[in-house]
Design a protein around this ligand. Sequence first.
Ligand code: DC
Length: 228
Amino acid sequence: MSIPQVIAIDGPASSGKSTLGERLARTLGYLYLDTGVMYRAVTWVALIQLGEVHDESAVTKLAQVIRIDVRPATVSDGRKADVLVDDVDVTWEIREKIVDANVSEVSAYRGVRKEMTEQQRRIANRGKIVMVGRDIGTVVLPDADLKIYLDASVEERARRRYLEIISRGGEAELDQILSALEKRDLIDSTRALAPLKIAEDAIVIDSDPFSADEVFNEVLKLIYAHSD
Ligand code: DC
C-alpha cells in the first residue's frame, strides 16, 4: 500500500497552505517546498540590487543567476524553512512589507516563472514532496498524486496574518493587511501566466470554519484514503 508521493497544495495568500504543507511533510517524512519563498527571494534580490522590480529583463536575469536554497529550518524562531540566496540567510527579509508589495509583479514575469518552474520540477523529481504555491497542481506538477486547493475568505486570511505578525512581536494594521491581500489576490488570479486557479482534479477545502489542526487531520485522512 502506498500513499501519495507528490502532494500539491495551492491557494490564495495566507490561506494556511504553508502551515499545512510543512506539518504534512514533517509527519510523512517528505521534503517540503513553499514555492512562494522562491518568488520572494527573487523580489528581495531585485530590490537590493536594482532598487525596484519594474525592469522585467533585469529581474529575469537575476532570477537566472542567483542560487536559491530552501532547507529544513535550523533556527527555531518560528520559521518553517531556511531560505538562502547565494548562501545568505534571507528567511525573514523576504517577509518584509516591501517584498509583499512587489512580489506579485515579479511573479508575473514570464522568464522568472520559467526559471522557478524548472527549478521546482527538478526538486520534485527527487519524489516524496509536499509542494505549496499557486500553480503547483495546474502547471508545475500537473501529475501530482494528490492536489489540495486550500481556500479561505479574505477577511479570515487578513485576521490570521494580523495575529501571526503580532505574535512575532511585530506591528500591523488589520485594514492595511486586508487591502494588501485583496490587491495580491487580484494580481495573482488575473495574470496571464499560471494564474491562481483550482485544478480540475483538486480537492477544495474552505478553511474558514476550521482550525489548523482540523485542516491537517482532514488532509491526513484524504492522504490515507488515496492510498492504493
Ligand atoms: O505564498 P506567498 O504569499 O509567499 O507567495 C508570494 C507570491 O508569489 C504571491 O504573490 C504569488 C507568487 N507565487 C506564484 O506566483 N506561484 C507560486 N507557485 C507561488 C507563489
